[in-house]
Design a protein around this ligand. Structure first.
Ligand SMILES: Cc1cc2nc3c(=O)[nH]c(=O)nc-3n(C[C@H](O)[C@H](O)[C@H](O)COP(=O)(O)OP(=O)(O)OC[C@H]3O[C@@H](n4cnc5c(N)ncnc54)[C@H](O)[C@@H]3O)c2cc1C
Length: 474
């Protein structure tokens, strides 16, 4: 049965059925009963908003580096409720801003340093999962960026060239159509770029396991506790209905949901990414498809698609394209947009004819955060007692780990290679007020889809010159 919004149930106790928010939360291997909420006003050294990857990695590295700290995490739902417990399972070294654009903005050396740290974050997640005994299904299969049709070939060649210009091409491989089919048989694939710096994970198991690791180190996590406001300066604190947490430093790690806070309303644009998942496929279907290497797979479209093969032999097919909602609204019902889910199912069948007759058992989604310039920030202002990391534009699994390491160094006053990355204290201008924001977001979403469709129909690569491309690709 496909679990859609109509099948989302709420337990009799009034608690939400968190397992209905994604296949990952459903198969997290535990009850998902919320931890106790904040009992009342509290003092801490560091108070963190959000128990997703960003908040949890930050708590983890702070406590690893200084076990004497009192670190308190406040989570409105449960650890892993947000994008961290719902994503496409890619733990990837790619950064939200393309290498070419990074070089243009920050120079070659800073770009190279950042991309090397991103590769390090992919390794680091596997290392910590092992060291902490987290059964995160970490599998290092690499990534295939597939050119689906001749129009996408220049795109993967350009990606290889950008890596080469930075001296980072050594372990990347350009594959022709036959070599690509030797890994995974996708209709219309003209070639691919293979990058080994990518793993798949079980996102919810990683997030939930990480929360327990934070607690073992002495961190405190209060769930069912919504931060309604925050104060900085002389008396930094997170404000909740059950009292304030006063701290030397407050960390805002709520990604898309930060747009709900009055003071941050225009800092990020919540965009929905949606996923469909097949049943576990038979041996015969897998023989037809191949994909023994379990690489993460995407095409080279602007309107992002992302695929992974789960440990239990299902195909996960995710993509953007669900509409932006006026006023940056985030609602449970937006996780399920049937036209987008149906488009993903039919695209999956088009890519893999072997899926004919196979069932799709799950469909879900969630919001991710897009900053105005697509550049994530990892920021700390000691004079205000304020730290934040956000704006991963849907590439946040490995990036959030880098954020956690970086914020820990910044908050502890350490001068390291991480604290000199171009993400540090990067300031992005706010999104436009409504209705301009809605008009702009919808224009770019529709425009990029048209550019992709045109390229597929004509076989001609996108020019990069349309207004939608200039506004919406980085
Ligand atoms: C459908 C989907 C697919 C994706 N696929 C991939 C992928 O394959 N690979 C990849 O790298 N990235 C992917 N991403 C992006 C990635 O999952 C995120 O960038 C990353 O998980 C962000 O982690 P986070 O901790 O910053 O935010 P989140 O995981 O969203 O966590 C924020 C947490 O803060 C809590 N919170 C928010 N506001 C408050 C408040 N006021 N008070 C208390 N708590 C609050 C929320 O409940 C939530 O638990 C995907 C995202 C989505 C939505």
């Amino acid at each position: 049965m496909t679990r859609t919004v109509s099948s989302r149930k709420y337990a009799g106790s009034g608690d939400k059925d968190y397992g209905s928010y994604s296949f990952w939360l459903e198969t997290a291997g535990e009850e998902l009963a919320p931890r106790p909420s904040l009992p009342g006003p509290t003092e801490a050294d560091v108070a963190i908003l959000g128990a997703g990857f960003t908040g949890l990695w930050t708590a983890y590295y702070l406590l690893q580096r200084d076990p004497s700290l009192r670190v308190v995490v406040l989570e409105s739902e449960i650890a892993g409720f947000g994008a961290s417990g719902r994503n496409g399972a890619w733990c990837n070294s790619a950064f939200p801003v393309s290498p070419g654009e990074l070089v243009r903005r920050f120079g070659a050396e800073a770009t190279r340093n950042l991309l090397i740290e991103m590769r390090g974050a992919v390794d680091e997640i596997g290392r910590v999962a092992g060291a902490e005994g987290i059964d995160a299904h970490y599998f290092r299969g690499g990534q295939l960026r597939v050119a689906r049709g001749p129009a996408q070939v220049p795109g993967i060649e350009d990606a290889y060239e950008s890596a080469r210009a930075l001296g980072l091409e050594e372990d990347l491989t350009l594959l022709d159509a036959e070599e690509t089919a030797g890994r995974v048989r996708i209709t219309g694939a003209s070639g691919a770029l293979y990058n080994p710096h990518c793993a798949t994970i079980h996102p919810a198991r990683l997030a939930r396991g990480l929360a327990r690791a934070v607690e073992r180190l002495g961190g405190e996590i209060f769930e069912g506790t919504t931060v309604t406001d925050f104060e900085t300066g002389g008396s930094p604190r997170l404000v909740t209905d059950s009292g304030e947490v006063r701290a030397r430093t407050v960390v805002l790690a709520g990604e898309a949901y930060l747009a709900r806070l009055r003071k941050l309303r225009r800092q990020v644009l919540p965009i929905y990414s949606l996923i469909v998942l097949t049943e576990p496929l038979s041996e015969e279907r897998w023989t037809e498809i191949g994909w023994e290497g379990r690489e993460c797979v995407a095409s080279n479209r602007y309107t992002v698609d992302y695929l992974s093969r789960t440990e239990d032999g299902r195909i996960l097919f995710g993509g953007r394209g669900a509409p932006y909602h006026f006023g940056s609204r985030i609602k449970d019902e937006y996780d399920r947009h049937e036209p987008t889910h149906e488009m993903l199912r039919s695209t999956a069948r088009e890519w893999f004819p072997a899926l004919e007759g196979a069932r799709f058992t799950h469909a879900w989604g969630g919001p991710l955060a897009v900053p105005r310039d697509w550049m994530p920030t990892m920021s700390y202002d000691p004079s205000q007692g304020l730290a934040t990391a956000r704006g991963y534009t849907g590439q946040g699994v490995a990036t959030a780990n880098l954020s956690g390491q970086t914020l820990a160094d910044l908050i502890l006053g350490r001068d390291t290679a991480l604290t000199r990355l171009p993400t540090v204290n990067h300031a992005t201008r706010a999104w436009e007020p409504e209705p301009l924001r809605w008009l702009g977001a919808r224009f770019v979403q529709r425009g990029l889809m048209k550019v992709d469709d045109r390229a597929e129909q004509t076989g001609e690569p996108p020019t990069g010159k349309t207004l939608a491309e200039r506004l919406g690709s980085h």
